[in-house]
Write a protein that binds this ligand. Structure first.
Ligand code: SF4
Length: 139
């Protein structure tokens, strides 16, 4: 079972209340090969919600509210579901402070990127689950 970012599967769970539908990911879910998860919603955050970015090990909204704990809790809940499903692979939304892999927004809300992984991605990788993003789907 592949873990996928719920917003890629068409779920309107992004900070702005929208999805970011990827037809390949939707196909995987329809075929019963993938399970959609949104770590930010699992962390108890509302939708829509304020835009947030990572700064070092912390996550702040654009108005300066520290959401680190909610992001961490959501990542742990989502990891638990991934482990229950025996997942070894994930396809996650690029650049997100939760789901980004390799490059994420740089914490300055400027639209610029920096090297790094989202909070959920970090946890998956630490638990030996391979993460790719929707820009790089070859399955
Ligand atoms: Fe999509 Fe991940 Fe953000 Fe949820 S946390 S909206 S799944 S990118």
């Amino acid at each position: 079972m592949i873990i996928v970012s719920a917003c890629l599967a068409g779920v309107k769970c992004r900070y702005n209340g929208e999805s970011f539908t990827c037809t390949h990911v939707v196909d995987l879910v329809r075929k019963g090969l993938a399970i959609p998860l949104c770590p930010e919603q699992l962390g108890g955050l509302p939708t829509p919600r304020e835009n947030a970015e990572q700064t070092g090990e912390k996550v702040y909204t654009i108005s300066g509210i520290d959401l680190t704990q909610a992001f961490q809790k959501g990542a742990e809940e989502a990891l638990q579901i991934a482990m229950l499903c025996g997942s070894k692979k994930a396809i996650l939304k690029s650049r997100s402070p939760s789901c980004g892999s390799g490059m994420i927004y740089n914490g300055k809300f400027s639209g610029k990127l920096a090297k790094g992984d989202g909070v959920f991605t970090k946890l998956l990788k630490a638990n030996h689950i391979e993460v790719t993003d929707e820009d790089d789907v070859t399955i």
